[in-house]
Write a protein of this length. Structure first.
Lengths: 115, 109
């Protein structure tokens, strides 16, 4: 398994500001995934973060809005830029474990409310 | 594109009852089927992973089955408890992870 720590766990932000979410994993992993879960919805993949290369963004998500850093094999950040109320969501960091089964593990999530 | 459906969207049961949650997927070419639990405002906790070559997995009071040919998985919860109240999501793994919208379970004491 993998233990994932996310910070902040929740925040209330003003429109137009930016917030950076941190994700720390207790083991080295190749890929880290960032998801968004809007209220009452399922999970939507924002991007996949690989160490040493640019993140790969899914359709509908762009680097200017959601810049991602991946400085090493245990850490990543996601920034939500120029926030609007529509960005109010739970943001989740996840990784697959080291066992090669493809099992997916998640952090506790960061619940953002934009006023 | 893979589509994952969970029915019902919400379920209430009295404490002690056995229950089944359903997960359907449209593309049978999956690597894994994984069940998660999500408490309100929190992240997802992995419950059970069924690899494509397996038919079922068990952990305590939970049993998950997988029928790839029919595109279905079920999560069986025995002797439900109020602490089981949460949203349960399934995810099918293909070239990425495809999530259902979840079943919100309430176990009434």
């Amino acid at each position: 398994s993998a233990v994932i720590s996310q910070k902040p766990s929740r925040d209330i932000c003003q429109r137009g500001t930016s917030l950076t979410i941190q994700c720390q994993v207790d083991s080295q992993v190749t890929m880290m995934f960032w998801y968004r879960q809007q209220p009452g919805q399922s999970l939507t993949l924002i991007a996949t973060a690989n160490q040493g290369s640019e993140a790969t963004y899914e359709s509908g998500f762009v680097i200017d809005k959601f810049p991602i850093s991946r400085p090493n094999l245990t850490f990543s950040t996601l920034t939500v830029s120029n926030m609007s109320p529509e960005d109010s969501s739970i943001y989740l960091c996840s990784v697959t474990g080291a066992s090669n089964t493809g099992e997916l593990f998640f952090g506790e999530g960061s619940r953002l409310t934009v006023l | 594109k893979q589509e994952v459906t969970q029915i019902p969207a919400a379920l209430s049961v009295p404490e002690g009852e056995n229950l089944v949650l359903n997960c359907s997927f449209t593309d049978s070419a999956i690597y894994n089927l994984q069940w998660f639990r999500q408490d309100p405002g929190k992240g997802l906790t992995s419950l059970l992973l069924i690899q494509s070559s397996q038919r079922e997995q068990t952990s305590g009071r939970l049993n998950a089955s997988l029928d790839k040919s029919s595109g279905r998985s079920t999560l069986y919860i025995a002797a439900s408890q109020p602490g089981d109240s949460a949203t349960y999501l399934c995810a099918a793994t293909g070239n990425q992870f495809y999530f259902g919208t979840g079943t919100s379970l309430t176990v009434i004491p």
